[in-house]
Ligand binder design. Structure first.
Ligand SMILES: [Zn+2]
Length: 252
């Protein structure tokens, strides 16, 4: 879920695969080029990559430096790079408009009093079109406590239930999730809703005032439905799902 509502827009480029192999050291000139394969378990019949439209938000060096400063403060990590992502967080935008959501992410407006602004790696429109906004080797601020290791998927909509009722949008979201799971070896238990963030064993937050912050989007009950769809999709391709979830209390 997103908060601020200001910003600009940018042009659409042809669909390309922007996932990258994580780099070991931070650099403002870090490559966003893509190797043909990498990071995922090999499959005899891989889960297909869904169509993805590359529609980047501005992510200049200044925003990368803001992301690195955020990562130092909140995670004690000296990088803006997303290395070996282990989690996929599902969100909805709390807007009915793709444009409003896109502009919010593009604006780089402070959120919770800090920069960089919120963003998501993917934004899925109500008609099921998948847009990629940010390269997969960059951290994006979408989930407090998990940005250091999580890919963010936003879906245009006002509620979990609304999106679950949109066949094309939910098909796009679950297929994208499965492809990312396969690509990066992410376990199904680490495919979570934003609202499940505080019980993730991978939640890490050093700033006390942020430690219990989460949003209401994608409840546990609705994520059980979502994960069930992903599990059914995974079966024909033999994508490993991993062990059952072991949520933690989080102390919040
Ligand atoms: Zn959210």
């Amino acid at each position: 879920m997103i908060l601020a509502l200001v910003g600009g827009c940018s042009a659409t480029k042809p669909a390309t695969d922007r996932a990258t192999t994580p780099s070991p050291s931070p650099s403002v000139s870090a490559s966003t080029a893509l190797p043909p394969t990498g990071g995922a378990a090999s499959q005899a019949t891989p889960a297909p990559r869904p169509p993805i439209v590359w529609k980047p938000i501005p992510f200049p060096d200044s925003r990368k430096m803001e992301m690195a400063a955020y990562a130092r403060e909140h995670y004690r990590l000296d990088t803006f790079l997303l290395e070996h992502p282990q989690v996929i967080v599902e969100h909805f935008t709390a807007t009915s408009s793709f444009r409003v959501a896109y502009n919010t992410f593009a604006s780089n407006a402070p959120d919770l009093g800090q920069l960089p602004g919120t963003c998501a790696h993917f934004l899925i429109d109500a008609d099921g079109t998948i847009y990629q906004l940010v390269p997969l080797d960059l951290m994006c601020r979408h989930t407090v406590g998990l940005n250091w290791t999580a890919i963010g998927i936003e879906m245009v909509g006002l509620s979990d239930q609304q999106i679950l009722g949109r066949a094309r949008q939910i098909a796009a979201a679950t297929r994208l999730t499965l492809w990312l799971m396969q690509r990066f070896g992410i376990q199904l238990r680490n495919v979570i809703g934003h609202n499940e963030s505080l019980t993730s064993p991978l939640h890490r937050e050093l700033v006390p005032s942020f430690r219990c912050q989460t949003h209401a989007d994608w409840s546990h009950a609705d994520m059980e439905l979502f994960r069930g769809i992903v599990a059914r999709l995974a079966s024909p391709y033999g994508v490993p799902l991993g062990p059952p979830a072991r949520p933690v209390s989080g102390g919040c």
